[in-house]
Design a protein around this ligand. Structure first.
Ligand SMILES: Nc1ncnc2c1ncn2[C@@H]1O[C@H](COP(=O)(O)OP(=O)(O)OP(=O)(O)O)[C@@H](O)[C@H]1O
Ligand SMILES: [Mg+2]
Length: 406
């Protein structure tokens, strides 16, 4: 049997955990060979609050993916969400070392090291440092300076930080599942890899991921991620509203939402009727989609209004010619949702779906995106190779921290 070139990712979300195994084929393309989805436990609003429960959910998703792929997940790239992402810009500068002044990989590594030197708040942890542009002897806008000739190499870098508690909880849960975390990619960078084109990121676009417990708004402009904010609201709030409104258990509310849910009363169909049973009641009751839409609509509008407010507050509403791309499982299946988003956001809106066979659902965007981000990104691979020791150190440190405190 030939050696299989395998790569795996795990998207750890508030309502679902999704593990994916892909094989890199002879054409250097990713072929998804295993998918495992499990309901996630121990996570609230994107942050891990119970490591043991999350570990169980991860094991469950990983085992399902392994069975499907007939392969094991020993290591995986994981996502980071949770609303505490800080994007900090910093500069690095070094003199080119070689005699002929040709810039080498070692020079770029050194300049990136200097860009990493910032004061990190005690409750934060650096997740990644991304070069936005290199500058060689004053010439800016260079993406890859290796092989160019110059005496002074500068870099404009973006430092991505997450909450120390969240990063450590995440890494521990994965390690406890007997999977080695190979790297952490923040949600918007992962999802953008499969949902946005380079042109869209250049011109200006909002990527909005409406999940179960959170809604993440990210702005790309000039090719880079310039802003990200997570609102603690998502599709699970709608399930809650239905459970309270109809007085039914959450599990039934989820089924009713997925089957008959409609975002707008004006798009609903009053002739579409369905039966349901209240908690503690033997009798069957009958209602219709219009009544359900009356429960759902205020929450959908609230999520969209809050998103719009966030875009307005930061002056993005008029800056984004491409408009918004909405992904995540939270609202997209609701009838009339895109109509509602067009109305409220007052910009062009399209659905963000990964173009992978069998995975054309918005809730796969992050898991597939993590793989694409790692696989298609020469610079990331280089950063990973250079930082292997450092990453190992962080993961070892976290192992010790967990042992000491739990
Ligand atoms: N057919 C459907 N119709 C409406 N909502 C749905 C449907 N299927 C799933 N959902 C909702 O999608 C949400 C989960 O979406 P997703 O998997 O993107 O979230 P997550 O990544 O787990 O959460 P988060 O990103 O907030 O951490 C849940 O609220 C679920 O009820
Ligand atoms: Mg999510």
């Amino acid at each position: 049997m030939r050696n299989r070139n395998i790569i795996s990712s795990i998207d750890i979300g508030t309502s679902r955990i999704c593990a994916i195994i892909a094989e890199i084929n002879r054409d250097n393309l990713l072929e998804i060979i295993g998918i495992g989805v499990s309901p996630s436990m121990g996570i609230k609003k994107g942050a891990i609050i119970d490591i043991d429960s999350t570990t169980k959910s991860i094991i469950n998703a990983v085992e399902k993916a392994e069975q499907m792929a007939d392969s094991t997940i020993d290591s995986a790239f994981i996502n980071y969400t949770g609303g505490n992402i800080s994007l900090v810009k910093n500069k690095g500068i070094v003199a080119v070392r070689s005699e002929n002044k040709e810039i080498s990989e070692e020079d770029t590594e050194r300049v990136m090291q200097t860009a990493r030197v910032v004061a990190v708040p005690t409750d934060k942890e650096i997740i990644d440092v991304i070069p936005l542009e290199f500058i060689v002897d004053g010439y800016s806008g260079i993406k890859d300076p290796i092989g160019m000739v110059g005496t002074r190499l500068e870099v404009d870098a973006q430092i991505i930080m997450g909450s120390k508690t969240s990063v450590r909880g995440l890494v521990s849960s994965v390690q406890n599942s007997k999977v080695t975390p190979k790297g952490i990619i923040i949600n918007p960078l992962a999802a953008s890899k499969v949902l946005l084109t380079e042109d869209e990121k250049d011109l200006g676009v909002a990527l909005i991921d409406i999940g179960g417990g959170t809604s993440e708004i990210s702005i790309f402009l000039g090719g880079n991620l310039i802003f990200t904010k997570t609102l603690p609201i998502g599709g699970n709030h709608i399930t809650n509203d239905i459970a309270i409104g109809l007085r039914i258990p959450l599990s039934l509310a989820e089924k009713v939402k997925n089957r008959y849910g409609c975002a707008l009363v004006s798009s609903s169909d009053s002739s579409l009727e369905f039966d349901f049973q209240r908690i503690g009641d033997q009798q069957k009751l009958r209602t219709n989609q219009q009544y359900l839409a009356e429960i759902i609509e205020p929450r959908v509008l609230e999520i969209l209004e809050l998103t719009k407010k966030e875009l307005n507050n930061h002056g993005f509403s008029t800056l984004l010619p491409v408009g918004a791309v909405i992904t995540g499982g939270g609202l997209h299946s609701l009838k009339g949702f895109y109509e509602a988003s067009n109305q409220i956001l007052e910009m062009p809106v399209r659905m963000g779906i990964p173009g992978y066979f069998g995975m054309e659902e918005p809730f796969y965007s992050v898991a597939v995106g993590v793989l694409e981000y790692v696989h298609k990104n020469k610079q990331y691979k280089q950063r990973l190779a250079n930082r292997t020791n450092e990453i190992t150190n962080i993961f070892m440190m976290i192992r010790k921290w967990v042992k000491d405190y739990f």
